[in-house]
Ligand binder design. Structure first.
Ligand code: ZN
Length: 281
């Protein structure tokens, strides 16, 4: 019995050595295959290009000088989220991966595909965002409007004539609010309506109250005339365009949720005002 066990042990040991020897060439041949380049990533030559672009973007994100609505603007950091959505990338705007995604978009737009978000590329993106906004700016007819209940408003004491909303817009808003509340457990006031339909007379009064708000502020031909534009509370000071205020707003859960989800409900953003959303269906 003992000698049989010894023989078996020797055979097992020999087989083990043979198996190890056989597996060696297989392993080394695996090693000799070149590393696979994962799809969606640029080849090494471009990676260094995009590293330089990423470093340029890190600067421009805070410092690019550009103009909008007759006002000087500085940097594009307030639009990180919208830019990422436009490029369909979740990479941080200061990374090489972001620059690569930007370059792909630039190529499609026939811009210089260098991965740098300079004034040309930013203005193209802004015009894309603006062209996605509500096209039909017809003044709302009385029968298109309903009077939404005070509970839907950021200020529940808002007068009845200032609580009018276009019917389909209101239905879509209610669905969107319910979905957001389910996902986020919204803080009190968040995503409530600040302002909806505004009559021409009311808009004129608002403009007289803040004559320096400029073109980016209170429009002469406001989308609020349609009843399809809603100012929605996303945090911070409700409708203040100061960069410091918008910086707070674009980082709230409520705003981030809107950027990711509002389109599903038919709402599109006005990039410059984190609170202003338009129903485009
Ligand atoms: Zn608005």
């Amino acid at each position: 019995m003992k000698s049989i066990r010894v023989h078996i042990a020797i055979i097992v040991a020999v087989l083990g050595v043979v198996a190890a020897a056989l597996s060696l060439p297989a392993r080394s041949s695996t090693r000799s295959t070149p590393p696979r380049i994962s799809s969606g990533h640029a080849p090494p030559r471009d990676a260094s290009t995009f590293a330089a672009a990423a470093s340029r973007n890190t600067t421009l994100r805070n410092e690019l000088k550009w103009a909008f609505g007759g006002k000087q603007q500085r940097g594009w950091y307030l639009y990180d989220l919208l830019i990422g959505k436009t490029l369909n990338t979740q990479h941080d705007t200061t990374t090489s991966d972001f620059a690569a995604a930007l370059a792909a978009w630039q190529k499609k737009m026939r811009l210089s595909a260098d991965g740098v978000l300079d004034e040309d590329s930013l203005m193209r993106m802004v015009s894309q965002w603006q062209s996605n906004r509500l096209k039909n700016r017809a003044y709302a007819m009385p029968d298109q409007l309903l009077e939404a209940p005070p509970a839907d408003f950021y200020d529940p004491g808002r007068a009845a004539e200032l609580r009018q909303v276009e019917r389909n817009t209101y239905a879509a808003y209610k669905e969107m609010f319910a979905a957001a509340d389910k996902d986020l457990k919204l803080a009190p006031g968040h995503l409530k309506i600040i302002s909806s339909f505004r009559s021409r007379a009311y808009q004129d009064r608002l403009r007289q109250q803040s004559p320096n708000s400029g073109r980016a502020g209170l429009a002469v031909n406001s989308p609020h005339f349609t009843g399809r534009a809603l100012d929605i509370y996303v945090g911070g000071s409700p409708v203040d365009t100061k960069d410091s205020n918008r910086a707070i707003q674009v980082n709230t859960q409520a705003y981030r949720w809107l950027v990711r989800n509002a389109e599903r409900f038919g709402f599109r953003p006005y990039f410059y005002e984190p609170w202003h959303w338009e129903y485009v269906r």
